[in-house]
Design a protein around this ligand. Structure first.
Ligand SMILES: Nc1ncnc2c1ncn2[C@@H]1O[C@H](COP(=O)(O)OP(=O)(O)OP(=O)(O)O)[C@@H](O)[C@H]1O
Length: 218
């Protein structure tokens, strides 16, 4: 099992009151599965993704990534997990402005100890970025920047990819093309994907859909 979530609970203190956002979330994701996570604004989708990435800690329940329990893990273990097993793609591309495309692509692979220049070059070609390696993020279109962000994540070869509306910033045609490419590359890598989207149309392109409502998944 790549991702295993049982009875996950998370709340926040907000203006003196406690708001329980997740109230017993269960989810299992196998390698190679792509799961769309839908839910109304404020239902807790980003909260769930952050917990899966080890960026925040749950109040109750269990969450395991590639067999490692995140609840009991110390900060160093969580940081290592983020470097080696989990890849994140956000709506904001979060590219490093002072690095060119080639260096942005290699950055996470280096951090995770999987820097392989030939593999990065092949990935760049697949993403249609081969001719843009010397450019800087500000010299790219939104769709190109998001392809770099996806490539940077995939170059580190994470087992689990967490994506928060990865095409939310792009026009429909560009977003569709970028998603198609991402799904192809994720499938080739045999990785698992959990992707937040507001779009039922995009959700239908993934192998399964789960809906977050009232703090639980259905
Ligand atoms: N750090 C925080 N402190 C207090 N409340 C928070 C915090 N983070 C999130 N919340 C609250 O938790 C709820 C869930 O937020 P979250 O961002 O997970 O929802 P979401 O489903 O991703 O929403 P959207 O689709 O609008 O991005 C919201 O009511 C939000 O205001």
């Amino acid at each position: 099992m790549l991702l295993s979530i049982n009875g996950l609970g998370k709340g926040y203190d907000s203006g003196g009151a406690r708001v329980e956002v997740l109230r017993g979330v269960d989810l299992a994701l196998e390698p190679g599965e792509t799961v769309a996570l839908t839910g109304e604004s404020g239902s807790g989708k980003s909260t769930l993704l952050h917990l899966c990435a080890g960026l925040d800690r749950a109040d109750t329940g269990r969450i395991e990534v590639a067999g490692r329990d995140l609840a009991g893990a110390d900060d160093a273990t969580l940081a290592a997990l983020r470097r080696q097993a989990v890849g994140l793609v956000f709506q904001q591309f979060n590219l490093i402005p002072s690095l060119n495309v080639g260096a942005n692509l290699a950055f996470h692979a280096r951090l995770s100890g999987r820097d392989d220049p030939a593999a990065v070059a092949a990935l760049a070609d697949r993403l249609g970025l081969g001719g843009l390696m010397a450019r800087y993020p500000e010299q790219l279109s939104g769709g190109q920047q998001q392809r770099v962000a996806i490539g940077r994540t995939l170059a580190a070869r994470p087992a689990l990819i967490l994506a928060d509306e990865p095409t939310g910033n792009l026009d429909e045609a560009t977003g569709d093309a970028v998603l198609e490419l991402m799904l192809e590359l994720v499938a080739e890598a045999g990785a698992g994907l959990l992707m937040v989207t507001h779009s039922p149309r995009l959700a239908a392109r993934l192998s399964r859909r789960v809906h977050l409502s009232g703090g639980r998944l259905a």
